[in-house]
Design a protein around this ligand. Structure first.
Ligand code: CAA
Length: 283
């Protein structure tokens, strides 16, 4: 089954990236937000990202215009009614995601595939509120979506092979390398990533090394594009805390106990780049 029209719920950091990449690779896209203000902000960010690509000579002006013409922003979920695939990229709140899936199940055609971009929540929990659990899977993209090469598809115990095959075909057509993960806490990537981040936070908290040495050590010693504390500031400390806590809640594995400092920083609003302060200052 080849998709023609993709729906994206949420035009935040992840949603707008998914919308941009889908439109760039030729799909018609509908992206929704909960109000006009957030929609305008998200659409402006897509415009800016494409303008940067033109500036850098990575895209022609004609291709930018074509991409933009393929994206329709909306505040009305009814617009998803003729989408072949809808990717939900709302905030990481299971109650909210379930509500969105109940709505999508009602609005979308019976054959449409529904997916969630969750980085840590149980995909089965959202599939279970729909009448089409065989057509539900996880589509876990990575930040920044236009740059990161990976798409992690998450197959639940009810996802059909047909659904998985269609999502695999779509993911590859976006230019992503696609892996298939089981619907287990952390899937594949965050199961490896979070203990690494916890260790970096603990090293910093207990004064083993300075933030700069931790970052430089990992960046140059392991050839990572950025060190863990810089990366934490980019991803958002609140997001990381949420993911670590969610995996711990399901596994009770001590590898996923969030360090006290991380919790305090989130409480203080030191969330990283987005608030101007995290492990580093950005003001
Ligand atoms: N949108 C589009 N393009 C972007 C971009 C964005 N937000 N940010 C950077 N780029 C592009 C730049 O245009 C540039 O492209 P060219 O080389 O073709 O000019 C390229 O990416 C490199 O960017 P920069 O030179 O500005 O900066 P950099 O070399 O330091 O790279 C980075 C920036 C791509 C973010 C890189 O540091 C990196 O890959 N960092 C690690 C990111 C990572 O680990 N992400 C995963 C986070 S975890 C997650 O998402 C999962 C989860 O569940 C929590």
């Amino acid at each position: 089954m080849a998709f023609k029209k993709i729906g994206v719920v949420g035009c935040g950091l992840m949603g707008r990236g998914i919308a941009e990449v889908s439109a760039k690779t030729g799909y018609d896209v509908v992206v929704s937000e909960i109000n006009r203000e957030l929609l305008d902000k998200g659409m402006a960010a897509i415009n800016q990202s494409l303008a940067k690509a033109v500036e850098k000579g990575k895209m022609t002006e004609a291709d930018r215009d074509k991409t933009l013409s393929k994206i329709k922003g909306t505040v009305d979920m009814q617009e998803f009614k003729d989408c072949d695939l809808v990717v939900e990229a709302a905030i990481e709140n299971l109650g909210l995601k379930k509500k969105i899936f109940i709505d999508l199940d009602r609005i979308c055609a019976p054959g449409a595939i529904l997916s969630t971009n969750t980085s840590c929540l149980s995909v089965m929990d959202v599939a279970a509120v729909t009448k089409r659990p065989d057509k539900v899977l996880g589509c876990h993209f990575f930040n920044p979506v236009p740059v990161m090469k990976l798409l992690e598809l998450v197959k639940t115990i009810t996802t059909s092979q047909e659904t998985l095959d269609a999502a695999l075909e779509w993911g590859k057509s976006l230019g992503k390398t696609v892996i298939v993960a089981p619907d287990r806490p952390g899937f594949i990537v965050n199961r490896a990533f979070m203990p690494y981040m916890v260790e970096a936070f603990e090293m910093y908290e207990s004064g083993v090394a300075s933030r700069e040495d931790i970052d430089t050590g990992v960046q140059l010693g392991l050839n990572h594009p950025m060190g863990p504390l810089t990366l934490a500031d980019m991803v958002g400390l609140d997001t990381l805390l949420f993911v670590i806590d969610a995996i711990y809640a399901e596994t009770k594995n001590p590898k996923f106990v969030a360090p006290v400092l991380l919790r305090k920083m989130v409480t203080a609003g030191h969330l990283g780049r987005k608030t101007g302060k995290g492990f580093y200052d950005y003001k």
